[in-house]
Design a protein around this ligand. Sequence first.
Ligand code: BES
Ligand code: MN
Ligand code: ZN
Length: 496
Amino acid sequence: MEYAAKSGSPEKQRVACVIVGVFEHRRLSEAAETLDKASGGQLAGILRRGDMDGKLKQTLLLHSLPNTLCDRVLLVGCGKEREFDDARYRQAVRAAFQALRQSGARDATTYLASLPVRGRDLAWKVRETVVASEELSYRFQPPKDEEGPDTRLRSLTVGVDSRRDLDDAEATLRSAQAIAAGTLTARHLGNLPPNVCTPAYLAEQAEALAAADSAISVKILETADMEALGMGALLSVARGSRQPPKLIVLEYGAGMGREPPIALVGKGVTFDSGGISLKPGAAMDEMKFDMCGAASVLGTFKAVSQMQLPIHLVGIIPASENLPDGNASKPGDIVTSMAGKTIEILNTDAEGRLLLCDALTYAKRYEPRVIIDIATLTGACVVALGSQASGLFSNDATLARALLAAGEATGDRAWQMPLWPEYQKQLDSNFADMANIGGREAGSVTAACFLWRFVDDHQRWAHLDIAGTAWKSGKEKGATGRPVPLLVEYLIQQVA
Ligand code: BES
Ligand code: MN
Ligand code: ZN
């Protein structure tokens, strides 16, 4: 898909489709008004006949509007003008692209980015346009022959009000494409079946990223390397699997200044059966998505690399399967983590924290200025927040605020949960330094508290529990690519 920005008038666009907004009740946007004037009042006439009122997400496709150079005009309902905000803008844009796909148009110019959205600038609107367009054009499989010809859009131009806006719009188009590409990378990795997307496969993807960009280096730690480091917690998860675990370490922009890096740590369980604490069978296939934290790290590296963002970034992905086997960990087993702390495994299904604690300890050697771990960590987080917000836990208020803002700006929202020492006692064990589960209460908080024990006091750290946001269930089952938009926006803000 190709993107461009242009400052021409809508009636002069020589394209298959021009997209303009209409507010309730039949209130024309500026671009629609221009088309109406050019066509001698045709647009307003059609609306008066009652074909469209301007309700949010309504669309109406017109052909051969007089005195325009485009084949079609797509009117998009935007609802009440006063109420037009972030969410409604996104919905209108999505409705437009969906309607566009039903038409045969292969190229289009959209004027929706010129609509006023409360508190949002042009860059925001351009970015949302590209992200929505890329999101809707993704298919896990190539279309089948019987579905007819591929009518997906090939090129999209964003119409802007004046030439002064062009540079801004073009720069945003590039960064938005990078965010979209990173999100799709994460989404696709998540969707891959678990017999394909194994720890070794994730390692290969990291190697491919490094091969494509000289600013990225990669290191894969094998079982023997992890044994030498004393990663007893991580290795205990892999005991039941025939697939060797990998600790994938990516570094981007090591040469960019002497600044300490930001470290991203992503849970990479390529299939979570629960292990000996076996999960119930229903919907167990969805545990192929248990590597979405890892996928978001790879997707973020992809986006950062495509933007050539001037930042120093480290990515650490502990990757493993969690399966039952004669050699698997058992409830009651005690393992020693790389940090030297002992852990009583009371439930082998609480495996994410076992992987992450050793990865967090490993991250220390980079002396990162910030560590963010991303994990599909707890079903309890899904109960607490559903699929709207990722759970955010942090020991640093400034970091938490920045991540919440990045989520708000991209619509990839997070919600802060308590990280209080009072919860720690739920992890007490009679036999080891801690247990790996904290009981029924506040399951997502005690999971975060477990990780917290492996982070130094002075270390700025945040944990994103993406169990509810990384994929959708039901008819729309599939990975979302979240929280790549949040992470990339956060990194962009750190540079700005
Ligand atoms: N990967 C799961 C968390 C999960 C479960 C995410 C369901 C999305 C949907 C994690 O490894 C897990 O199994 N967690 C357990 C922890 C419990 C044993 C303390 C859970 O949430 O049930
Ligand atoms: Mn589990
Ligand atoms: Zn898991």
